[in-house]
Design a protein around this ligand. Structure first.
Ligand SMILES: *Cc1c(COP(=O)(O)O)cnc(C)c1O
Length: 385
């Protein structure tokens, strides 16, 4: 069988075996309901609270500011919907500022609030790299703003936003700031105090934790309407018996990620930059999308002129390379990526996107063989058009 090379770590990562090992006892041994009064419940509660401390420490938050959820998407939903309703109740504000390059977990949530609940959406412009200019935010921060939601780092093109400046502006105006850090938390040191972020969403499966578990850091003393009502779990902010094994897994994965952050960053950047240079140097009509330096260390993304990106993905897969177009665009649905439109790429380029994201087991050899096969596959796709 030919070697299969996974280059889609921004879509998901395998669970670190050390994480699996930490999770296992909580399925059968320490299985209690953390809300129960008895010994079994207390054991589970102790593990839950210890996980909460770990996650809080990794994000620069306090333990009682951490809400465990079922995924990054749920964290985004809870933050945006919960804060929008809270703020409107408190101040009457109903404008939500966000950007056109957000993940659907953010954009579709805001769009629903507009359609069903009468909120207004303000889309900030982004520059050619997909980055927000804090000056644009400053002008948009008028009195009727309920909430700002700006992603920490972009999943599709890897660009990192100037979150500390954005946080400072929002805090000065007293407007709550949510940031989708689902990609960023895997690669950048997070600190909600340093960046003055009121709500920060993460999801475990982007950093070698299990799928189906996430967290939201919620700044103390800001109200947040729960999306999911029921019992009083998670400080009344997210009802439902906690998924203890997965929460343990998220905490362990985040701890390992933070410990390895600097070493991994250096290794990733060396390989990423070789990849970028190799692709741009060997494929005519190619360009990097996203910021050249202010980008996730494991993230390379490209656009190719006059090329069907989905066709290229299929040929790459057949050659053993698992990559992505970077957008949620499905095979057979040649819709240009809205992110590529937002950064101003012309139509000749927007259908030809390719995202290559590296992980801790990606080798330089794999990257060299990728660089070697790519040009002929691009030619093949262009020839078929
Ligand atoms: C993956 C991702 C999400 C969704 O997270 P899930 O845990 O898969 O629900 C949200 N935002 C960004 C930026 C992502 O990359």
């Amino acid at each position: 069988m030919k070697e299969r090379i996974y280059l889609d770590y921004a879509a998901t990562t395998p669970v670190d075996p050390r994480v699996v090992e930490r999770m296992l006892p909580f399925f059968t041994g320490t299985f209690g309901n953390p809300s129960s009064v008895h010994w079994f419940g207390q054991q589970a509660e102790a593990a839950l609270e210890s996980a909460r401390e770990t996650v809080a420490g990794a994000l620069g938050a306090q333990p009682d500011e951490i809400v465990f959820t079922s995924c990054g998407t749920e964290s985004d939903n809870l933050a945006i919907r919960g804060m929008a309703f809270t703020q409107r109740e408190k101040t009457g504000a109903q404008r939500i500022i966000t950007t056109p390059v957000e993940h659907h977990a953010v954009l579709h949530t805001v769009e629903q609030l507009v359609e069903l609940n009468g909120f207004k959406m303000d889309l900030l412009p982004v520059d050619q790299y997909g980055m927000v200019d804090p000056e644009d935010l400053r002008h948009a921060l008028r009195d009727d703003v309920a909430l700002v939601s700006i992603m920490y780092a972009n999943n599709e093109i890897g660009t990192i936003n100037p979150m500390a400046e954005i946080g400072k502006l929002c805090r000065q105006r007293g407007v709550p700031l949510h940031s989708d850090a689902v990609q960023a938390a895997a690669h950048l040191p997070m600190n909600v105090v340093r960046d003055q972020i009121d709500l920060l969403a993460i999801g475990a499966h982007k950093f070698y934790g299990p799928k189906g578990v996430g967290a939201l850091a919620v700044r103390k003393n800001i109200g947040l309407h729960p999306s999911q009502t029921g019992g009083g779990q998670e400080n009344g902010r997210r009802a439902g018996t906690q998924n203890i094994p997965y929460i343990i897994g998220l905490a362990e994965a985040l701890k390992l990620t933070v410990n390895d952050l600097e070493a991994r960053r250096r290794q990733h950047i060396a390989k990423r930059d070789r990849l970028i240079a190799g692709v741009l140097g060997n494929v005519p009509g190619s360009r990097l999308t996203g910021h050249p330096t202010e980008r996730l260390p494991n993230h390379a993304s490209f656009a190719f002129e006059r090329l069907d990106g989905n066709h290229l993905l299929m040929l790459l897969d057949a050659a053993g390379f698992a990559c992505s177009s970077g957008s949620a665009c499905k095979v057979g649905d040649p819709k240009p990526s809205s992110v590529l439109n937002a950064i101003g790429l012309s139509q000749a380029w927007t259908l030809g996107s390719l995202r290559v994201t590296l992980g801790e087991s990606t080798t330089l050899d794999q990257i060299e063989s990728f660089i070697e096969v790519l040009p002929s596959l691009v030619n093949k796709v262009r020839g078929a058009a």
